[in-house]
Design a binder for this molecule. Structure first.
Ligand code: NAI
Length: 436
């Protein structure tokens, strides 16, 4: 059923298609409208670069048969300047209407001021699954010896945990009431404490673990690891693990093999067609990701663990500037850079657009424009392999060719080749990071 035509920000209605989710799958458009929030700091420069690269790949792969209709959406500094609010209601309505979006980073004040716009949007749209694929690109110099061994897709629960934003300032009425309540239940908390609440529900735990397992099944990945801190936080992180294991047994019992059974029943060898479901405590995960990265393939975890682990993993393969991300819900999805606004380099034209551009690759995969997705990825691979990179990466490369954002964008576009059908199939096997 088509939606009634709607104008946003008083602008003309763009001539393109609205992506619909039918039976859990995004419709395959030919001229989709993709709202784009450029973001703050380096956001505008990496957004321009990303759109140029994606448009070039779409042209290379489909000629004039397909194109993306980019629609400006406003949040952050640009929205304050234009509408006097960092997140106008119309922006939320627009994203809801089109059901998809891309986004540069948005600044958030630390220790006070407005609440994170990112967190607000994730909760508003119930983008419960934060999907972060982390892999190595040849040419990048990493701090580890074998960065190519890390190829992991992290499913981070996106709506709960300490990110729920339920906090009370020290000395406030609410904080004192919580302290009194805790005392009633036998827990002493210092009177001058700030209070934060960490809700973890069975519902949200089950759906993120489900998303991770379904992804592993769809993409031929062999291990799903539930990461938690349940040894200490028993009724939140511990419950996350318990509910995740229950879900796996109930819904995927015929496919998933526990670590116990792997050894006791199968002698340490995973049977054909099965997936190993194991679990690790968060701190051990950091250690093992670094020292035994081949053990990991798909990770399902809570919000804060996922935040830390994905940045850590990104660091292992060469830095935040290269790691993409998507926030996916049942009705809509947002593809965004995983790094922040990089205020130290904003406006200098030297930022690395790869994180946002590779999030654009996830967006292309989401709408099944696989050829364009592979075309962009291959062009970035070729550019980095030739040691052409922005300063954040080039300065570590031996004889690296350090270029600015515009030059890097031009180099990626110049390196584009239309992929063959076989290349696309081979490239996407096990790689496509979003399950619709
Ligand atoms: P950051 O990610 O902005 O910067 C950390 C370091 O990485 C800086 O040295 C920066 O120059 C570098 N860097 C980041 N992205 C880069 C890129 N594309 N190319 C080259 N270098 C890059 O983290 P920071 O400084 O902690 O946060 C700045 C602001 O961004 C804060 O207001 C924070 O809340 C916000 N933020 C927003 C996010 C989002 O919108 N999704 C995510 C993380 C932070």
């Amino acid at each position: 059923m088509s939606k009634p035509v709607r104008k946003f920000y008083g602008e003309a209605v763009p001539n393109g298609e609205i992506i619909q989710i039918v039976d859990g799958k995004a419709t395959k458009p030919t001229r989709p409208v993709i709202p784009f929030i450029d973001g703050d700091g380096i956001g505008p420069e990496i957004s321009v670069a990303t759109r140029l690269i994606i448009d070039a790949a779409v042209r290379k792969c489909y000629g004039d048969k397909r194109s993306i209709v980019w629609l400006p959406a406003y949040a952050g500094d640009a929205a304050v300047a234009k509408f006097g609010s960092p997140l106008p209601a119309e922006t939320l309505e627009l994203l809801d209407y089109y059901g998809i979006g891309m986004k540069g980073p948005l600044g958030t004040p630390t220790g006070g001021g407005i609440r994170s716009l990112n967190v607000t949007m994730r909760q508003h749209f119930d983008w419960y699954s934060c999907v972060r694929p982390v892999r190595y690109f040849k040419g990048i110099v990493s701090v580890v010896k074998r960065p190519q061994d890390l190829d992991v897709v992290i499913f981070r629960e996106n709506t709960e945990d300490v990110y729920a934003g339920i906090e009370f300032e020290a000395g406030s009425q609410a904080a004192l009431e919580f302290i009194a309540l805790a005392k009633k239940h036998g827990h002493d908390i210092r009177e001058d404490s700030g209070i934060g609440i960490k809700p973890i529900s069975k519902y949200a735990s089950r759906r993120i673990v489900r998303a991770a397992i379904e992804f592993a099944i769809d993409h031929g990945r062999k291990v799903v690891t539930i990461v938690h801190k349940g040894n200490i936080q028993k009724h939140t992180e511990g419950a996350f693990l318990k509910w995740g294991l229950e879900l796996a047994a109930e819904e995927f019992g015929d496919i998933m093999v526990s670590e116990d059974d792997l050894w006791k029943v199968h002698g340490g060898k995973l049977p054909e067609g099965k997936i190993l479901l194991n679990h690790r405590i968060a701190d051990a995960t950091f250690y093992e990701l670094l020292c035994k990265p081949l053990q990991f393939s798909v990770i399902a975890t809570t919000n804060l663990n996922g935040d830390y682990i994905s940045d850590d993993a990104a660091g292992q393969v060469g830095g935040l500037g290269i790691a993409p991300g998507a926030n996916v819900g049942a009705k809509s999805a947002m593809f965004e850079a995983t790094h922040g606004t990089a205020p130290d380099i904003a406006g200098k034209g030297i930022s690395n657009p790869c994180s946002l551009t590779l999030s654009g690759v996830m967006m292309l995969e989401y709408i099944d424009w696989d050829e364009a997705a592979v075309c962009v990825t291959r062009a970035i691979e070729k550019t980095l392999r030739s040691k052409t990179a922005t300063g954040d990466l080039a300065r570590f490369m031996k004889n690296g060719n350090q270029v600015n954002t515009v030059q890097f964008t031009d180099a990626v576009i110049a390196n584009m080749v239309k992929p063959t059908k076989r290349t696309v199939e081979a490239a996407l096997k096990g790689k496509k990071a979003i399950r619709k």
